[in-house]
Ligand binder design. Sequence first.
Ligand code: SF4
Ligand code: SF4
Length: 279
Amino acid sequence: MVIILWFNYGLTILNEIKGTTMDLSKRKLLLSLSRLTVGAALIPVTEVYATNTTPDRISKKGIPGKRYGMVIDLRRCVGCQSCTVACTIENQPPLGQFRTTVNQYEVSDDDNLDSPAAFFMMPRLCNHCKTPACIPVCPTGATFQREDGIVVIDSDWCVGCGYCVQACPYEARFINKETNVADKCTFCAHRLEAGLLPACVETCVGEARVIGDLNDSDSHISQLLKINKKDIKVLKPGAGTSPRVFYIGMSDVFQDQLNTQPGVKTLMLDDGEIINNDN
Ligand code: SF4
Ligand code: SF4
């Protein structure tokens, strides 16, 4: 029997960073610093401000010839929440709402309590599915998939009905409390179009997150998928959506565990099966 406790230390810290004590000038400074930090490795500072990094100003067509996907190597994730913070600073969701999070689990074996606890990190984001459940339910066509596979939302057309939020099997979407329209990860399409990496990939200290072109057999992501073929998993494989976010090193136990809300969670397992879920 195993007891799993879910922590969100990083999210608490993030909420403090984004708290009401932060005035507008500080937020602007933080935003500028983040763009300098995450972009500095790739382009000169002066070009950061020349690129269009406004998240809602992205191409509707996408980048021709590409099919973007992401690999998350859980063996390399240290649960630092750098990706969560970088995404939040880059995309500015409202306080308490996130486009990506890293769920943190402490795993103890109830039959062997003298053993030290194991830790498990579970980064989550929109899967930019091959067959997205969120698109057919959208009554206005605001949610659509670009040619490069990135699923986006046209906020001008979104009426905030929440059908897509309900339809997504991964709890990857939310209704933005400030704009009242649907919101979610875009793989930082605005950054990809500017020749940059998504904020979460750029800041990942463990280099656990790898984004790339699945159409290119020589790309890093394609090579990772090939080399780790036997250890690649997706979330909720039975949902029929064919996610394009792939995990390396994920236990079967977590494939269907998708509770995204902050707080301490307890799961009871017996021989690898969940026998009690207090979430
Ligand atoms: Fe749509 Fe959810 Fe798939 Fe993202 S993870 S493409 S929101 S069904
Ligand atoms: Fe894990 Fe990388 Fe996110 Fe840190 S930045 S929590 S290592 S995925």
